[in-house]
Design a protein. Structure first.
Length: 484
């Protein structure tokens, strides 16, 4: 049980939270998200629900054809073949013949709060906007999302508690405390906005460690707040920032181990990875794939039990006309989708297309070689998108696109689904989600078509259930697009 820290009451009492919310008026054209009402009413709400006849992809590598899933309250009671799962009297039966059910997906790398679809930055950061982002994940079939080191921690703790109390819907919100050299952290644009939020709210967003002692003191502070994750930025962002020195990250990781805190690293080059693994990091966000990620390093990652989030869509999707994708359009204001199309067209990619294609095929070979090396070595690859870290890299949508990339580079669809469900659940300490199994939270997605045949079928979302209740996707779509 986590208890609400006393400091939060103080903050609420002194009006910091109110000030934070008041300071973030939405731009005129942005639809105002409604709070805490993304769930619709489910037929037989309150009674048991028996879903029958669907292919069940359990998230752990197993499949049940013609399966049945019994849900009561927020939990899955049983999972088996249709006809073999008996329902209690009064249960509502739901026919899912021809459909496929997968566990709700999990995005293990995102940055919530800054994106508002019409603009990006600290001015958008508010509790309401965080909840809107959790609703966007829920809409796209995500049951949890990990915001990596860019949130004001007391607000994030309060939101988690409100969600545990059942007052906030949407995907489950997880976050890490961010740590870097003083005044450093995310990319320079992002950093400016993260520092602005800290300034405006008086809350901590990033903790700067100049010495080993400071690093250890920060970890103890994070432990006192019962935040189970620390994100550290180690590399120098292409020379634009100071590196986090090995002695300091070693001290942070060592101190974190004593408090059962997992340390996750932003690291864009293979260079520091061996030492970080020796120091005991839990995983890498941006395991930059390329020739430097060789067999030896892949084996070391596997043997240390660390995971890796390849984060490939972040670079790739901006070279695509995503504004024309109906799957993006269904949860995006039409004007925003139009802006994305126009800004893509303005790049004039037609001109250098053949040179770009040649470079892309070389890059593609390197990528798929590196990716296959990791998969073959048995490294735990986890879905993460970095959605929200830069403008127009949208929540939920990008997760499905990342799965497409995983399969294109060599995973089977089943491996990709595992990387997006049970594996991130394990890595993020979510024992009650990520698989379809008795006792698990009823977090699942009903698909019209089978993603084992084509991973893009994860996009054929029919219905989403989180904590046993159906997400009202129609209402959310209207809210965001003004259309049905
Ligand atoms: Zn990130």
């Amino acid at each position: 049980m986590r208890t609400k820290p006393a400091v939060l009451d103080l903050i609420v009492a002194t009006g910091f939270v109110a000030a934070l919310m008041a300071g973030c008026a939405p731009p005129d054209s942005a639809p105002e998200p409604e709070v805490g009402s993304s769930f619709g009413t489910t037929p037989g709400s309150g009674g048991a629900l028996l879903f029958q006849g669907a292919r069940l992809i359990l998230g752990d590598g197993n499949v049940i054809e013609d399966g049945a899933l019994l849900v009561e309250g927020d939990r899955i009671l049983s999972v088996g073949r249709t006809g073999e799962v008996s329902a209690p009297v009064g249960a509502t039966s739901i026919d899912l013949a021809g459909k496929t059910v997968i566990p709700a997906l999990i995005d293990a790398h995102a940055h919530l709060g800054y994106e508002r679809y019409t603009s990006w930055g600290s001015q958008n950061y508010s509790r309401e906007n965080l909840i809107d982002h959790l609703d966007r994940y829920a809409y796209y079939g995500f049951g949890a999302v990990f915001s990596a080191g860019s949130d004001p921690d007391d607000l994030a703790i309060e939101l988690q508690q409100a969600q545990r109390d059942g007052d906030v819907d949407g995907a489950r919100f997880l976050f890490a405390a961010g740590m870097a050299p003083p005044g450093q952290g995310p990319n320079n644009q992002f950093l400016r906005h993260a520092l602005a939020i800290a300034d405006e709210t008086g809350m901590t967003v990033l903790r700067g460690a100049a010495t080993e002692a400071e690093g250890r003191a920060h970890v103890r502070e994070v432990a006192a707040k019962e935040i189970p994750f620390i994100k550290i930025w180690v590399d120098d962002r292409g020379g634009s920032q100071e590196k986090l020195e090995p002695a300091i990250y070693r001290a942070i990781i060592d101190e974190a181990r004593d408090s059962d805190i997992e340390v996750i690293v932003h690291q864009q080059t293979a260079q520091d990875m061996p030492d970080l693994l020796e120091a005991g990091v839990a995983g890498f966000l941006h395991g930059r794939l390329g020739p430097t990620l060789d067999d030896q390093l892949a084996a070391q990652i596997r043997d240390s039990g660390a995971f890796l989030v390849p984060n490939l869509g972040l670079g790739e999707l901006r070279r695509e006309r995503v504004g024309a994708d109906p799957f993006l359009q269904e949860a995006t204001p039409p004007a925003v989708a139009a802006r994305l199309r126009e800004s893509f067209d303005a790049l004039g990619v037609g001109a250098g297309a053949s040179r770009a294609a040649a470079a892309a095929s070389q890059r593609e070979r390197e990528l798929s070689d590196a990716f296959s090396r990791l998969v073959d070595a048995g490294v735990d690859i986890v879905l993460g998108t970095d959605a929200g870290a830069v403008p127009d890299h949208f929540f939920g949508y990008t997760g499905h696109r990342e799965l497409e990339i995983f399969v294109r580079l060599g995973m089977t669809p089943m491996q990709a689904i595992i990387a997006a469900t049970s594996r991130p659940a394990e890595r993020l300490g979510l024992a009650d989600t990520g698989t379809l199994a008795p006792g698990q939270m009823a977090d699942f997605v009903i698909l019209d078509t089978n993603p084992l045949e084509d991973i893009r079928n994860t996009q054929s979302i029919s219905r989403v259930f989180l904590r046993g209740r159906e997400v009202d996707r129609t209402r959310l779509r209207r809210l965001w697009t003004g259309q049905d």
